[in-house]
Design a protein around this ligand. Structure first.
Ligand code: FES
Length: 195
């Protein structure tokens, strides 16, 4: 190796090491810089979500314990449509322990208008996509009633997070403990049983 090449190599190694030290140096202050409420949130504290601006048919996502929690404001048509396809569902009556007792109903929620559900597929943990468009235009099936589609292995769930039969996902999506603090404010991660 020529002297010039050796010098270049030495400089390269020195630069890489300096980069590694800089990365390590910034990691510690980042964690230390979390406020007490941010640290509590990371550890699993309940989170409040304001749904005041959510229009019928829309969905928002909040993070709780590092997981996405979807809040869907269902239209009256969406709620009414939950009954029609129950013969195609694996667990239409929420027999499995995938939700608190107050969500073991057809709409799997406290208030039929709002679904609060953890957006993680019960197969291998991918995050499904919302597929609210019904019918053939959804790209799923002509009789698709609207719901969620997991692109990883194709599991499909309805607008209450109930899994259809013969899917890779074995159970319905999980409903987290939650309670309404007002008409537009929901607390996720705590209910009267867990408080
Ligand atoms: S992780 Fe959703 S279908 Fe496999």
């Amino acid at each position: 190796m020529s002297d010039t090449l050796k010098e270049r190599r030495r400089l390269l190694i020195a630069t890489s090491s300096a980069g590694a030290v800089a990365a390590a140096a910034t990691a510690v202050p980042f964690i230390a810089s979390l406020t007490p409420s941010e640290r509590a949130r990371a550890a699993g504290a309940p989170v409040e979500a304001d749904v005041g601006k959510l229009a019928p048919g829309e969905m928002m996502t909040v993070e709780w314990r590092g997981k996405p929690v979807w809040i869907v404001r269902r239209t009256p048509e969406m709620v009414a449509g939950l009954e029609a396809h129950e013969d195609r569902l694996a667990d239409p009556a929420s027999g499995e322990a995938q939700q608190p007792d107050y969500a073991a109903n057809r709409h799997r929620s406290i208030n039929p208008e709002y679904l609060v559900v953890i957006g993680i597929c019960t197969h291998l943990g991918c995050s499904p996509s919302d597929k609210f468009t019904t019918g053939a235009a959804s790209g799923i099936a002509a009789d698709w009633p609207g719901g969620f589609f997991c692109p990883c292995h194709g599991s499909i769930f309805d607008l209450a997070g109930r899994v259809f039969r013969s899917q890779p996902a074995p159970t319905n999506l999980e409903i987290p403990p939650h309670k309404w603090l007002s008409a537009s404010l929901v607390l996720i991660g705590e209910d009267d049983a867990t408080a």
